[in-house]
Design a protein around this ligand. Structure first.
Ligand code: DGY
Length: 319
């Protein structure tokens, strides 16, 4: 008999084609995530689960699946999964690092550029019929070339961001849990204590995982240390930034602008007061959304799942 697997969303064809012949798959094929209760009902006889970052995978859900061997997340971040509960129950957890690094860094840099040069405002301006003439002071932005970028979290994506910044002759500072001397030599980046990085940077780009330590890391205190011309970019996780503090900082001109791919809450409701700020760009958590990255992520998740079902070590374990 084939092992039973629950998949919480439609998978790209290449991944589905690896999974379907090997397993008895039940899935949720809607655009929105399955309600928690639906997942619980479906887990009773499942040995494998392939899930997304929008699914809450907690101890109760695991207890509803006494045969569960593997939880395979189609994302690099896995803050939606109770890792301690999985470990206690002997359930393997996999994620998809690496294949989305470049796409995510590309997007983080695109957000940085868009905020610096007011690309979204400019496009809206033209579409609104406001373009009358060439103006010497029209929609002035900030230099990217030669500016200072502060990277918070020098993991894979933070490093990829540093490489892009060097192409723009930027000075790159970083703050990380542990100092990384080899990266300092290889990438030409300079370590700074957190507060110093905030004070010295023209652009601050967040690349940390969401943990109890990083939740609310960018609060009103952190924002108050930034330059009034600073631009904040977040492609990590929404709750790393306190949304109320950010709103106040944008409104008061405490910082110049922000560009977010991730928000708190997520999705950000259309009426959210952050969206009243013209100096804010928001994207719907799409930094890794290229055909190539998303396909490779789904394939890695399937391979993790198949290995877990066979009782083998996962090729891409989450921890
Ligand atoms: C991740 O993988 O954690 C991103 O947030 C989505 O690709």
């Amino acid at each position: 008999m084939k092992p039973k697997v629950y998949v919480t969303r439609h998978l790209p064809e290449a991944a589905w084609n690896e999974l379907a012949p090997a397993c008895d798959v039940t899935g949720w094929n809607e655009e929105y995530p399955p309600p928690y209760e639906v997942m619980v009902e479906n887990m009773a006889n499942k040995e494998g689960l392939i899930c997304l970052l929008t699914d809450t995978i907690d101890a109760d859900l695991m207890d509803a699946a006494p045969n569960l061997k593997v939880i395979s997340q189609v994302a690099v971040g896995f803050d939606n999964i109770d890792i301690a509960a999985a470990t206690e129950r002997g359930i393997a957890v996999g994620n998809t690092p690496g294949v989305l690094t470049e796409a995510t860094a590309d997007f983080a840099f695109a957000l940085l550029m868009a905020a610096a040069r007011r690309v979204v405002e400019a496009s809206d301006y033209v579409r609104a019929g406001q373009w009358r003439t060439w103006g010497l002071t029209l929609l002035l932005g900030q230099e990217v070339h030669g500016a200072t970028l502060g990277i918070v979290g020098l993991g894979r994506i933070g490093e990829a961001m540093a490489k892009r910044a060097r192409g723009f002759d930027m000075k790159v500072l970083y703050h990380n849990k542990g100092r990384r001397p080899e990266a300092e030599t290889e990438l030409g980046v300079e370590y700074r204590p957190f507060d110093d990085l905030l004070q010295e940077s023209d652009y601050i780009s967040l690349h940390v995982s969401l943990t109890p330590e990083t939740r609310g890391l960018i609060d009103s205190r952190a924002l108050s240390l930034m330059k009034p011309t600073a631009i904040l970019v977040n492609t990590a996780r929404g709750p790393v930034v306190d949304p109320e503090a950010l709103y106040e900082a944008l409104l008061s001109g405490r910082i110049a602008a922000a560009a977010l791919d991730v928000t708190d809450p997520e999705p950000l409701p259309a009426g959210h007061r952050l969206l009243t700020q013209p100096n804010l760009i928001v994207a719907p958590h799409i930094a890794s959304a290229t055909v190539t990255s998303r396909t490779l992520m789904a394939q890695m998740a399937v391979r993790n799942c198949l290995a877990g079902l066979r009782g083998e070590p996962l090729p891409f374990p989450a921890y």
